[in-house]
Design a protein around this ligand. Structure first.
Ligand SMILES: *Cc1c(COP(=O)(O)O)cnc(C)c1O
Length: 377
């Protein structure tokens, strides 16, 4: 069994986080080059990356376009919000976690008219209410939702929401940051006009840029909408499509790493193959945490295999900071919770980690609980 320590080749702590994540040694090694941004081999590399991204989204060039935007994932979200809501338009954000709230905040900062449908973080959105909201307010031009709400790990029904959004002829924006590359879906089947992900989540590249897949027709219709120079989505695409070049300094090393990461994704069996490994990580995790006496925050039917939220143990000796530090000393990095209503911590199943790594984490958790005198039912 291949484990992280053999594949990574570095003695770093193991990251069970929502990103940045553990990457393979070969992905890191791909960065040991200095390529000029106008070098023909770099331009070819970018072209190949963009084609592979369309393949992952199960769409074809011309129908859809792949755009790379410098910055972290949030820069990609801000590029879409600032570039695709028409002047005087109105964005409806469907919120059931912190990342949904972030999209609404981006719109507020940009002084874009925004309205929200807010749901408990433990629940998927109410489809009938989305439909009645769109029926009641025809000033809404764009609708946004998160696919895997990394706040909890819940998977939102993007296809069903997309069918409603398209029924009303609105522009549909999906933040698939933490699912793209590991949870299969077709952008066209979901009716998606704009989707954002990032280099350093399920595709297992290093941080440095966001990925935007855009329906070409919808993208071309946004001429004149941009409220930012550097985050202008249409201009970024026009630059990339005309001569393969970025308008401003590209993250060359991160793109070299990403290209290698895409080859490794293909070798693993594509999105399905990667999804199977993450699912095996998740199954190992919850079997182990249930045996430890921990409780998951979400109902199993809403829970994806990307990241899992756990209630704090109710034992009086439990203290998250102390638990976190003990795990860190054992080379295991988990993540604090983001759920606003209850005390939780999170464990990710994504990145270059394997079920054997999850078993190592579980053993470390058991030790940490013993050291702290935390006994669970
Ligand atoms: C990670 C994440 C983001 C933010 O990405 P950054 O790279 O930290 O800017 C946004 N949305 C979702 C759903 C995420 O998981």
């Amino acid at each position: 069994m291949e484990t992280n320590s053999t594949i990574s080749g570095w003695k770093d702590k193991i990251l069970f986080t929502p990103g940045p994540l553990i990457t393979s040694r070969t992905v890191k090694q791909a960065m040991l080059r200095d390529l000029g941004s106008r070098d023909y081999s770099f331009i070819e590399l970018v072209k190949d990356i963009r084609n592979r991204l369309l393949e992952i989204g199960q769409v074809h060039k011309g129908d859809y376009e792949a755009i790379i935007m410098q910055g972290s994932g949030t820069y990609g979200l801000e590029a879409v919000v600032s570039s695709t809501v028409p002047p005087g338009g109105k964005l409806l954000v469907i919120v059931n976690g912190a990342y949904g709230r972030r999209i609404a905040l981006i719109a507020e900062v940009l002084k874009i008219n925004v309205t929200t449908l807010v749901y408990p973080e433990s629940r998927t959105p109410d489809l009938a209410e989305i439909e009645s909201t769109l029926a009641a307010d025809d000033s809404i031009t764009n609708v946004a939702v998160i696919h895997c709400e990394t706040t909890t790990g819940i998977i939102n029904p993007i296809k069903e929401i997309g069918a409603i959004v398209k029924q009303f002829g609105k522009s549909y924006f999906v933040d698939a940051m933490s699912s793209f590359g590991a949870v299969p879906f077709s952008l066209s089947e979901c009716g998606i006009d704009f989707m954002v992900s990032s280099a350093n989540k399920c595709i297992e590249g290093v941080p440095g840029f966001a990925i935007i897949l855009a329906k070409q027709e919808s993208l071309l219709a946004t001429e004149g909408y941009a409220r930012s120079l550097s985050l202008n989505l249409l201009a970024q695409w026009q630059g990339l499509d005309a001569n393969g070049q970025f308008r401003f300094t590209p993250p060359t090393h991160a793109l070299l790493a990403f290209h290698q990461a895409l080859l490794e994704l293909r070798d693993e069996g594509g999105v399905e193959g990667r999804g199977r490994r993450y699912e095996a990580n998740y199954e190992t995790l919850v079997a182990g945490t249930r045996a430890l006496g921990l409780r998951e925050y979400l109902q199993p039917e809403d829970q994806g295999y990307v990241i899992t939220s756990f209630h704090y143990p109710s034992h009086p000796n439990f203290d998250f900071e102390a638990f976190y530090r003990r795990l860190n000393d054992k080379q295991q990095v988990i993540y604090p919770g983001k759920v606003s209503e209850v005390a939780c911590f999170r464990i990710g199943s994504i990145g270059r980690i394997f079920p054997a790594d999850v078993s190592t984490l579980l053993a470390a958790m058991r030790e940490a609980f013993e050291e702290m005198g935390v006994t669970l039912p």
